[in-house]
Design a protein around this ligand. Structure first.
Ligand SMILES: Cc1cc2nc3c(=O)[nH]c(=O)nc-3n(C[C@H](O)[C@H](O)[C@H](O)COP(=O)(O)OP(=O)(O)OC[C@H]3O[C@@H](n4cnc5c(N)ncnc54)[C@H](O)[C@@H]3O)c2cc1C
Length: 323
């Protein structure tokens, strides 16, 4: 069993920022990194919209730098996956991986959310080669190109309209014959001459040219079952996100979509437990916003620990002890 003042669950941009701040506050945070050190940012080929890198930076390099920075101040990274938590007894909170139990005076949850996949052939291979889940992030790479947007909800249509700044033609491919997006948003989309719509249709496969770059999609009309090949240089998939909150369900308050509810200081409904990044923000979903939220949450945790110092069990000098 290990004890720590601060335990961070997740090592995406939010978790890495939280690790840096709590480490610089000499709290020696323990970070349970999960399956993917760096989270979604680590699978991002090129990040051009993170401040400080005028020429852009690759996702893996950015997260490696963030990790090194936090480690340099004393953060400890554990390459394991949290399987359960118990916040019901108050502090210290219990966090379990398959082989270890951690007792933590405060917990920062930064486990993110995953963009929902189409689950068709070529989709995963196409990431960074024409398939994207973020218009704000990748729209710039599609200047002067023709792209398709998959989905019919608010985010699909909002991102589709956003992409008209870059792409010459945006074709929305939707399984139904009406959009779910809000009426005003629909009007903006229908009024925009760059926007086109293919109804009652699903993407069945992502296809590539001989250089391995996306050049078309195979479509199926769900009413007629007719199949066709539709040429495109980019595929933006906006069919929702799944927050990784399953094992927090009965531990902290979640909203109807499964995201952790926090106040403006990233406090959950459990005193001493904080959440940051995409696990609590279903709107902005950026590296920069996640870093900012991780920073805010860690500062709240630092203040909370200061305020509760006298009531917390002492740790040894290393601030992390094995029992
Ligand atoms: C393909 C792609 C391209 C993108 N491009 C850009 C871009 O150019 N610019 C931009 O600003 N944003 C971009 N984004 C969005 C950006 O990457 C995310 O907004 C950001 O990574 C969210 O950070 P986060 O820390 O909240 O969560 P995540 O990055 O999702 O990290 C979650 C972390 O939690 C860990 N975890 C999950 N479950 C567990 C568990 N049970 N136990 C322990 N750990 C766990 C994971 O291993 C991971 O480390 C992109 C996203 C994708 C998918």
């Amino acid at each position: 069993m290990q004890k720590t003042r601060v335990l961070i669950v997740g090592s995406g941009p939010a978790g890495l920022a939280a690790a840096l701040y709590t480490a610089r506050a000499q709290l020696k945070p323990v970070v349970i990194a999960g399956m993917q050190l760096g989270g979604q940012a680590a699978i991002t080929h090129e990040i051009e919209n993170y401040p400080g890198f005028p020429g852009g930076i690759s996702g893996p390099e950015l997260v490696e730098r963030m990790k090194d920075q936090a480690e340099g101040f004393g953060a400890e990274f554990i390459y394991d996956v949290v399987e359960s938590v118990d916040f019901t007894q108050g502090t210290p909170f219990t966090v379990k991986t398959a082989g270890e139990t951690y007792l933590a005076d405060s917990v920062l949850i930064t486990i993110g959310a995953d963009p929902r996949k189409l689950k068709v052939n070529g989709e995963i291979e196409g990431i960074g080669r024409g398939v994207s889940y973020c218009g704000t992030c990748d729209g710039f790479f599609f200047r002067g190109k023709e792209v398709v947007v998959v989905g019919g909800g608010d985010s699909a249509i909002e991102e589709g309209v956003f992409l008209t700044r870059f792409a010459t033609k945006i074709t929305v491919i939707h399984r139904r014959d009406t959009l779910r997006a809000g009426v005003q948003l629909q009007k903006r989309a229908f009024d925009n001459p760059k926007m086109n719509f293919i109804w009652d249709t699903a993407v069945e496969e992502v296809l590539f040219n001989e250089d391995g770059i996306v050049n078309s999609v195979r479509l199926k009309n769900l009413k007629t079952e007719e199949e066709s090949i539709y040429p495109t240089q980019g595929i933006f998939v906006f069919i929702g996100h799944d927050p990784n909150s399953t094992f927090f369900k009965d531990q902290v308050a979640l909203n109807d979509n499964g995201y952790i509810i926090t106040d403006e200081r990233y406090r959950t409904n459990v005193d001493g437990v904080f959440a940051a990044g995409e696990i609590q923000d279903e709107i902005w979903r950026q590296v920069a916003t996640s870093v900012g939220q991780g920073t805010g949450a860690s500062m709240s945790a630092i203040h909370w620990l200061d305020a509760h110092e006298e009531s917390l069990q002492p740790l040894d000098d290393a601030n992390l002890v094995s029992e």
